[in-house]
Design a protein around this ligand. Structure first.
Ligand SMILES: Cc1cc2nc3c(=O)[nH]c(=O)nc-3n(C[C@H](O)[C@H](O)[C@H](O)COP(=O)(O)OP(=O)(O)OC[C@H]3O[C@@H](n4cnc5c(N)ncnc54)[C@H](O)[C@@H]3O)c2cc1C
Length: 420
């Protein structure tokens, strides 16, 4: 049996673990052991369907210390006019390089791939090699669970519904392996994977009438046009301004969502069906127009899974872990943001997210880091404060932030850490 002493044991080698570890290494001299059941870093992207891409620009995804992609704006296709989005191969290659070219040469990181974390006892933490069965005991100052939002991948889980004889059920990964044209396609689910699958089928020339879509509850979607960084950062600042303005006035989660829809930030698939789900997927209006051509929609069943923008949060956690000593401070700066996926919880979600943002912005080192962090979509906005879209957003934010925190605090029943 092997034994390892380290400062941090990070369970998981996905995007969250990598972003956290990167920031931790940059701001401390900590040693880290990363453990993952998969053989390489990258998490669920290693198993993703072949036509998957990030929802958001590559420019604000990954780890803080290394750019992903070339910050180019696409000139054609459904993402035209917006910053490029990496596919799964690019993302896996990227995280592989972060490990091989940065983490391992630092001599402060060990990566135990194909190892399962089995828990802790008086001796330490236990992991087991899935190749050899060898057990390793790890003694660490801190355990970091980076499996918290482990993404459910259709190719890796068994359906929770029964499948009738004669029905050919495949995961999106297997669509590219068809050897004969099926009679039609039934896509199950309301999440980004289902939307990506419909869009891919339509883009590949499948007639919308040959697609049936079982969409239990419709999701609210972000307009990708509002989620652009760098020289299009004005769009993102407008998103922030509308978000805070809605937070100042909303009476409940659904009212909040409707206000964002009125401001052009939130979109719905079917104009006649009000979404009930909020999980944060981002879509372009071209993709949305294509999805609306699928008219055979069945509404039954239930929704699974959670999606969110993770790497900026994980990088922030890594920095705060490295630079703050006491747990009360850490919790104040990064209050837990519970993500139920229900639009009705938007006020609670916003209150936690905005409290953390306010607390961090009030500490000069964190504010400076955030302003320069490539994962922050608002990074660079201060330099562009002369642009009308950005200036207008700053004015709105200054007017509405205090009222928003007071309104949210009152409605979710908590005392506000409110700016005066
Ligand atoms: C189609 C799609 C598109 C997305 N697009 C975006 C986007 O544009 N922007 C964005 O921010 N997010 C996006 N997401 C969300 C995405 O899930 C996150 O960006 C991120 O990849 C999640 O990483 P993670 O590390 O939290 O989880 P995972 O990638 O699930 O990694 C968790 C890891 O923990 C390991 N693990 C679990 N249990 C154990 C154990 N006991 N022992 C050892 N290892 C263990 C697993 O093997 C896994 O590798 C998207 C998600 C999907 C499905």
């Amino acid at each position: 049996m092997q034994e390892i002493d380290t400062d941090y044991l990070v369970v998981g080698g996905g995007a969250s673990a990598m972003a956290f570890t990167d920031s931790l290494l940059a701001a401390s001299d900590a040693r880290v052991v990363l453990v993952d059941r998969r053989h390489r870093p990258g998490g669920h992207w290693l198993d993703a369907y072949p036509f998957v891409r990030l929802h958001q620009p590559s420019a604000v995804y990954g780890v803080s210390s290394r750019p992903l992609g070339h910050d180019q704006i696409d000139e054609s296709g459904p993402n035209a006019g917006f910053y490029e989005r990496a596919n799964a191969n690019e993302i896996c290659d990227y995280f592989g390089r972060v490990l091989d070219e940065q983490f391992l040469p630092s001599s402060r990181v060990r990566f135990l791939g194909l190892h399962d974390y089995r828990g802790e006892d008086g001796d330490g933490h236990h992991v087991m090699s899935l190749l050899t069965g060898e057990q390793t005991t790890i003694r660490a100052r801190k355990l970091v669970d980076a499996t918290y939002i482990e993404s459910e991948i259709p190719s890796r889980h068994t359906p929770s519904y029964s499948v009738a004889a004669g029905v050919h059920l495949v995961s999106p990964n297997q669509l590219v392996d068809l050897v004969a044209p099926p009679g039609g396609f039934t896509v199950i689910g309301s999440g980004k994977t289902a939307m990506d699958t419909c869009n891919w089928l339509l883009d590949a020339g499948v007639d919308p009438d040959r697609i049936q879509w079982i969409r239990p509850r419709d999701p609210w979607l972000f307009d990708r046009g509002s989620f652009q960084p760098l020289r299009l950062v004005g769009s993102y600042m407008q998103l922030q301004a509308h978000w805070v303005e809605a937070a100042a006035q909303a009476e409940d989660g659904m009212d909040f969502a409707r206000r964002l829809e009125g401001a052009g930030i939130f979109l719905r698939i079917d104009p006649d069906v009000e979404p009930q789900v909020y999980r944060g997927p981002i879509i372009s209006t071209r993709e949305l127009d294509a999805l609306r051509t699928v008219e055979r929609v069945v509404r039954q069943g239930r929704v699974r899974g959670i999606e969110s923008r993770r790497t900026w949060s994980a990088a922030t956690l890594g920095l705060i872990e490295a630079t703050r000593d006491n747990d009360a401070d850490k919790n104040r700066l990064t209050p837990p943001v519970t993500f139920s996926g229900n639009a009705s919880d938007l006020l609670r979600f916003s209150y936690a997210a905005m409290s953390g943002l306010y607390a961090r912005t009030s500490e000069s080192d964190l504010a400076a880091w955030s302003e320069n962090c490539r994962l922050n979509p608002a990074s660079g906005a201060i330099e562009r404060a002369g642009e009308p879209e950005v200036a207008d957003a700053f004015t709105s934010l200054m007017t509405n932030f205090g009222p928003a925190m007071r309104n949210l605090a009152a409605r979710v029943g908590k005392a506000a850490a409110t700016p005066t």
